[in-house]
Design a protein around this ligand. Sequence first.
Ligand code: GDG
Length: 480
Amino acid sequence: MRLIIVSNRLPVVLTVGERGMEIREAVGGLATAVKSFIKATENGKALGFSEVVWAGWSGIKAEQESEDLKSRLREMGLLPVSLTAEEVNFFYEGFCNSTLWPLFHGFTVYTVFESKYWEAYVKVNQKYAETVASVANTGDFVWIHDYHLMLMPAMLREMSPDVSIGFFLHIPFPPAEMYQLMPPPWRTALLDGVLASDLVGFHIHEYVNNFVRAVSKFLGYRTEAGVIYAGRRKVHVGAFPIGIDFDFFYNSSLDPEVAGQIEELRQKLRGLKIIFSIDRLDYTKGVINRVHAWERFLKEHPQWRGKASFILIVVPSRIGVPQYDAMKREIEREVGRINGELGDVNWTPIVYISRFIPTPTLLALYNIADVALITPLRDGMNLVSKEYVATKRDCKGVLILSETAGASHELLEALIVNPNDESGVVEAIAKALTMEPEEQCRRIKAMQEKLRQQNVVKWAVDFLHSLMLAYRENTESFTT
Ligand code: GDG
């Protein structure tokens, strides 16, 4: 019994170096989460798996992929799916990021419905299914991740009927009325695609309910608590909120490299309160709203000028996509304007960094930040908010968090805001900067307790246990 993880990307980054193609580990939500689970369960053995294999795209277009690279990846337990330049364009940038991503996050005006994108999505899902079917044996467990692969469960079920299939969506599932904007043949195919799984998981109950409603509205299937009756199959659905590697963040200040950077930052930033945020460049993350809320805060609370700075990190992503390039220019223009209008030679209101930063530096920033201002417009979960809280071993710090992030359903002791309510965000910043240490500690401790228990390993183990039970129920109902 093997566990086969499937995600759009393999958890590696390939770069052309002096000695040919170099393979590095990728950092990021899904890759880090699943790797922590693999490590903690000794390559799946603690759960009874003989090995773990990971299938996905390497990030290199098929035209540049060599046999040598493929065999090096296979030696690492990675099963590459080859995508041509056109597939990357129409599937990944097209249907995934111009249709599903904006629609599922409620950005309907950014959503594009193009037949050629849909056709590429069908074709590429088929490729992933074929790659996995070529190695899957009866009784293997296949765990498929995210919105890139919603058709794949049904395709794989056709090719390998005797495997157990679990599907997890890392982004929100929208309300049925919003999902209805999707052309009917596509929206039913996507739902039927996912429903070939034995278990379908989401971060929070709200997304589970949205999905179940869409299934009954568009497919007419009977549903009851946690179960959808899809023909002869019984599909389980549930909320499995993703966690983090709590100990890694909690113990970060004990690492000498991180401790050195903390010390250096504290020296340089002495006397200043630090507000902090880090996001991938994306319209869902609400960066511009946040910048404007900070500007308003400084105007309405001038006593904080020169005494608090906002370290705003926006990590480039989806470079070359016009919407993202325009958003980057807008952020840069506004940050420049605010710094020009309000700053002076001794003080910068917004310290803006627009690049990927090494993990020890991120950990040091989490450690020294007095306030984390995490205000996405819509976010499936949001791991940054959880990482910030976990890092606070000294029990000092305040989290301001959007009610529209999945994480707000667990981090109840954060200062919860609506990201579009600018005056509410301003008020929360003022409250955070003046909060008594005892109150900070009480809130941080309560949140840390939850994060310690609901950590990333528990997330994966809970999902896989439920998958095992769901699969058993389905196979038994077939034999009786
Ligand atoms: C999707 C969903 C859901 C970011 N920049 C740097 C860096 N990171 C790391 C963070 C965090 C991860 O990347 C980002 O995770 P998020 O959850 O905040 O956001 P998405 O990338 O949008 O992830 C999201 C997630 O999937 C998991 O299900 O929570 O809702 O959208 O771990 O620390 N790490 C380093 N340098 C950076 O510059 N080292």
